[in-house]
Design a protein around this ligand. Structure first.
Ligand SMILES: N[C@@H]1[C@@H](O)[C@H](O)[C@@H](COP(=O)(O)O)O[C@@H]1O
Length: 232
């Protein structure tokens, strides 16, 4: 029987405490060796709580979902920079992996990343969700069989995410992303969705349909999903 649980919280702080407890239990039970991480504003309170906790990730390997094509890890808009600033510089991990935004051979970078993922089964994968139902950068229409690939970002995603870029800096239109199949290989998924803007995506997850047009709906096929949300 698949495990699907939805936890309603009053605010993101409550969500963060829950997540820290989950991670503490997994570390105590020695079932957490590889952790899949996400970027985005949703994750910031979670990472702050992790930093302020006594959780020890020195034996845990981290994998990130995605990275913009063309951005160096020193570029403040890159996801490598985001992770360093919001988590890794304050909470050490054994190893951390993210796609190399500057790699010139995009295809071999995807293969390299997917191979690394195959070597390290993801025990827990955190996910946020885009307003159009995307997970990582798997936009509507992405095959459920996809592995790590380069995605062309939709206008909707470019519009939402460009708010984090300075006016003079163009948001890249392509990004490396773990594929849907890569994400579905994780043993456990914790999806976080906060605020009215995510209601449509959440409703798609709770509805009957499973469709590549709404990537989040694939999670209905996953054996172990926890959704934490403040949407009532
Ligand atoms: N690629 C990331 C996703 O992984 C993330 O889930 C989404 C939501 O971001 P936010 O948490 O800021 O709403 O943003 C980006 O598109």
């Amino acid at each position: 029987m698949p495990f699907f649980e939805m936890i309603q919280v009053d605010n993101q702080q409550q969500a963060a405490s829950l997540v820290v407890n989950r991670l503490a239990n997994a570390l105590n039970e020695k079932t957490l060796h590889t952790l899949g991480l996400a970027t985005g504003s949703t994750m910031i309170p979670i990472y702050n709580s992790i930093i302020n906790s006594s959780l020890d990730f020195s034996q845990v390997t981290a994998f990130n979902l995605d990275e913009y094509v063309g951005l160096a890890s020193t570029n403040k808009n890159s996801y490598a920079f985001f992770m360093s600033e919001h988590l890794f510089s304050k909470k050490p991990f054994k190893e951390t992996y993210i796609q190399n935004g500057l790699s010139e051979d995009l295809e071999s970078e995807c293969t390299r990343y997917e191979n690394k993922l195959t070597e390290h089964a993801l025990d827990i994968q955190f996910l946020g969700v885009g307003e159009n139902g995307h997970i990582a950068f798997n936009e509507p229409g992405t095959s459920f069989d996809s592995t790590t690939h380069v995605a062309n970002l939709t206008d909707s995603t470019l519009g939402v995410n460009s708010q984090y870029f300075d006016d003079h800096e163009e948001i890249p239109t392509r990004a490396f992303t773990m594929g849907i199949a890569s994400i579905m290989n994780a043993k456990q998924i914790i999806l976080l969705a906060f605020g009215e803007k995510k209601r449509q995506a959440l409703e798609a997850l709770l509805g009957d349909e499973i469709t590549e047009q709404l990537p989040i709906t694939v999670l209905k096929r996953h054996p172990h999903v926890t959704v934490i949300t403040d949407i009532k």
